[in-house]
Write a new protein. Structure first.
Length: 167
């Protein structure tokens, strides 16, 4: 089992190393910085999250995903830097950022992330304002249209749990 774990760590670690141009010392710190910025963003928005709470919600949304509060803590403090792609996808969905936020070079620009989030929130607010005053039946129809659009784009419908593709 050790050789399987070693192979896994080398494969996933190389993905994170690629983010830093191969600088092994920088990989854990870069991932930690990016993950911590997302936790900080939630806290500033009045939604503080603990590692344990996020891990629990990730497992609920992604049955079969193996993650603990301790592992998230290790990722956040730079002790680990080799999460699975499944975990990166789950974290990206949870924090509503693209997976590239964790894996692509140059995505640690806080101003760019903040601008993207403001634009997303503005679009959501504009949509909500357009729905103001509509009756219950109209709102139900709009919700059904949004659910269908999410399905077409391969996104989970609100309230549905995502399934781990490896199950």
């Amino acid at each position: 089992m050790s050789s399987v774990n070693d192979s896994y760590e080398k494969a996933t670690g190389s993905r994170i190393l690629a983010m830093t141009g191969g600088e092994a010392e920088a990989a854990p710190l870069l991932l930690a910085q990016r993950l911590n910025s997302l936790f900080e963003r939630e806290a500033k928005a009045g939604r503080p999250r603990t590692n344990n709470a996020v891990a629990e919600q990730l497992r609920e949304r992604n049955p079969g995903l193996r993650v603990s509060g301790g592992y998230l803590s290790a990722l956040r403090n730079g002790g680990r830097a080799n999460p699975s792609i499944e975990l990166l996808r789950a974290l990206a969905a949870y924090f509503e950022v693209p997976v590239d936020h964790f894996t692509a070079p140059g995505t640690d620009d806080e101003a760019a992330l903040a601008a993207e989030l403001v634009m997303r929130e503005a679009g959501i607010r504009a949509l909500a304002l357009r729905a103001e005053g509509l009756g219950e039946a109209s709102l139900a129809s709009i919700a059904a249209i949004i659910d269908n659009a999410r399905k077409l784009e391969g996104l989970p419908v609100a309230g549905e749990q995502t399934q781990n593709p490896t199950d």
